[in-house]
Design a protein around this ligand. Structure first.
Ligand SMILES: Nc1ncnc2c1ncn2[C@@H]1O[C@H](COP(=O)(O)OP(=O)(O)OP(=O)(O)O)[C@@H](O)[C@H]1O
Ligand SMILES: [Mg+2]
Length: 305
């Protein structure tokens, strides 16, 4: 069942930039969906329009069945947003910053709730510090705490791990996982494709304001995934012998290895025959290595197309 339903959404900025061009997207309840795309693809614009922070020119967005324009307050309430840019009051304390945001959404102060959120983000010890005294990574944690301050059903993370250290990234993904367990729907944008690979149930690719595809991550990787078999030899090969010409092989620059590309979903990969034919050439094997294309390879090749 979808919790966000976007149909025929278009948005141009006043300078004429077509930031969103006929976008259709259904986000399922409880899933983690990764929105990928190069700089300027329209990811932040899409998130901002869903949140109702930007108006769209045409189309419709429904959040939990409510229209984001006519029922803005209702839909905004359901969403926690961690924006790409850090915006905080430098002279507020950590605790007050989060408490104030909670208040803006009409919730009374709940020390228990706020402590829980701050604890989860390792901010509780720093609750009395002023924002201006925090490091960049700590400020990012505060942005996340703010987004969670009203216990949202949907969380948008716009490049949450840009410029963040390993520890915070790990904490964040733990948090995202625990939110998912509690039924929170998560939409994240990231340029770290290994993050999408690790976290997401589905991947949407946006380019020049258009959705190129939305697909189950595992299915995508199997469909597009290719494997490479690298065969290393003890001594250099002058040229690929004619007995191996029927295979799609590439000779490495140092002439010490042959690279064979094959399709993981093919019923016959051809590896057995290839190895037999190689053995007949008399070349002496040193080592074998296989590697699978990552989501990043897939993504780059799709954008090029
Ligand atoms: N306020 C604005 N006025 C005019 N054009 C804008 C504005 N904000 C964004 N744009 C343009 O709209 C397009 C989409 O921008 P957007 O910020 O949504 O991209 P993005 O996918 O989030 O990129 P990034 O990965 O760099 O964050 C870009 O061409 C950008 O220059
Ligand atoms: Mg952006």
């Amino acid at each position: 069942m979808s919790i966000i339903s976007i149909s025929k959404l278009s948005k141009a900025y006043s300078d004429g930039t077509n930031a969103l061009d006929d976008v259709n997207l259904e986000v399922n309840k409880g899933e983690i969906i990764a929105l990928l795309g190069p700089n300027g693809a329209g990811k932040t614009t899409l998130i901002s329009t869903i949140c109702g922070l930007l108006t769209h020119d045409s189309g419709e967005i429904k959040v939990d069945g409510h229209d984001t324009v006519t029922e803005y307050r209702k839909t905004r309430q359901l969403i926690g947003l961690v924006p790409q840019e850090i915006m905080l009051e430098p002279f507020e304390t950590v605790y007050d910053t989060v408490r104030f945001t909670r208040g803006m959404f009409g919730y009374p102060e709940s020390r228990e709730f706020l402590e829980d959120v701050l604890q989860k983000l390792s901010l509780w010890e720093k609750r009395k510090q002023m924002i201006k005294e925090l490091s960049g990574g700590m400020k990012r944690r505060v942005m996340i705490a703010k987004a969670l301050s009203h216990d949202p059903k949907i969380l948008f993370l716009d490049e949450p791990t840009a410029g963040v250290d390993v520890e915070l990234r790990r904490d964040m993904w733990n948090l995202v996982n625990s939110l998912k367990v509690n039924g929170v729907t998560i939409l994240l944008t990231t340029h770290y494709i290994e993050e999408a690979e690790m976290m997401a149930d589905r991947v949407a690719l946006l380019d020049k304001g258009k959705i190129i595809f939305v697909e189950n991550k595992d299915a995508l990787m199997t469909r597009m995934g290719r494997k490479e078999l690298k065969i290393n030899f003890k001594s250099p090969i002058k040229k690929i012998p004619s007995t191996l010409s029927k295979y799609k092989l590439a000779l490495s620059e140092d002439r010490l290895s042959l690279v064979y590309c094959y399709d993981t979903k093919a019923s016959r990969t051809g590896i057995t025959r290839l190895m037999r034919d190689i053995s007949n050439t008399g070349f002496v094997l040193q080592d074998l290595k296989t590697s699978q294309s990552s989501l990043e390879d897939i993504f780059v090749s799709l954008i090029r197309k």
